[in-house]
Write a protein that binds this ligand. Sequence first.
Ligand SMILES: [Zn+2]
Ligand SMILES: [Zn+2]
Length: 469
Amino acid sequence: MVWLLLLVATLPYKILKGKVERKDFHTYIERSFTLPKGVKRLRIEFSYDGREQRTAIDIGLMDPERFRGWSGGARNTFTISEEEATPGYLPGVLPAGQWTLLLGVPNIREGVVSNYEARIYINESSDKPIHTEAGWYRGDLHIHSGHSDGKCAAQSGVAVPCPVYRVVETAVNKGLDFIAVTDHNTTSQADALRELQPAFDKILLVPGREITTFYGHANIFGVTDFIDFRTTDATYAAARGWMNAVNKSGGIISINHPGLPSGENCMGCGWQIKDIPDKVITAVEVVNGATMNHSIGGWDLWHQMLNSGQHVTAIGGSDDHHAENIGTPTTVIYMKALSVQGLIDGIRSGRVFIDMEGDKNHFLDVLATHGRDTVYMGGVLKVAPSDTINVTAYVKGVSGGKVEFIMDGQINPALSRDIASNDEKIQVDPESHWHTMYVKVLDKEGKLALVGNPVYVDTQCAEPDSRRR
Ligand SMILES: [Zn+2]
Ligand SMILES: [Zn+2]
């Protein structure tokens, strides 16, 4: 089934073939094709023969109403979607009806016949991996550009809407592998990211958005469609529409800075939407860079969700508005590949840690073992009550610090251990009377350096009595 889908996804929607001869020299050929309703993304791949005889064919495109761009002989493929397009082409709605591929013929020699082929693809995925290798990737999941309220200094020093390239440059200088640009409620930054990605080909630029309501803020990743953010009360019923839309289209939701107070200083900043069912929310921004030093974290809400049995991944975000503090904190995610899908799957899996200061030497991984079963952060270990579980924390770059184990939201002081070196393996063997356990790492000054995600323990299914009930 999966193979079939992949195969279908790579087949062209239509192929236009034709030939060019000397009679076409210095003319424009129009080749029309019909687009159905509901197309969100169109890519055309163009090829022709006779280049060795100096045949040249230029390409451009018209939709049913207007000109959509021209790339001449500069490229053999281009994409147009609602939010972004290949440079040279205009993003926007793709109306159903008759479209026209424009072919200009700057040169064809007498006696030469050149065959061309235009392959038209619709609704392809735009996700291309930056790295195909699985591994730990470091980035920032919460950044604003001038497409919302991000400001930075112009040549003269005055504050102007911060261009996206400044955000990307800053992230590159901080050594990050990915960033999500999450402007408030809009996706207009996606076109800039699209233009910058080929030039910044070592950092994944993720189109995100901060859904900004009167009752709380939440980042969404992996969705580029318009999401109707208008939430007019603090009930789940009022937010269900946009939350479902995000999840249905394969995206994820992360509640932002839930600990912030809401009021006239920061309208709608705290999270007030209650009674959200399990599995709707994937992550919580436990550490927000803008509020990192004021101890207004997202801990309370995260602990409440964990204690209610939800599996929610703790992440961080700088919430930078000035292309300055990007990467503080850094979220480090184990991904199958450095791609948008890899990032989403990685956050979903929970094998993620937050690096408060964003130091490349910092590392944290946690695994729990019982018998022959081993799980990483985010995994569920099935055990019988009072079984002993072996928990191992791998910590790098925090010599002189301390590891703390947080069980069901409470620190277990008996398990705290000092970190003797910069490459440390710490093992504890607690009994399984807890459901969630995550690791906090403090540096040698006692300041929080790293936060891991929980290993979950499920004592239900291994308990014969409860199974019978
Ligand atoms: Zn916010
Ligand atoms: Zn923000």
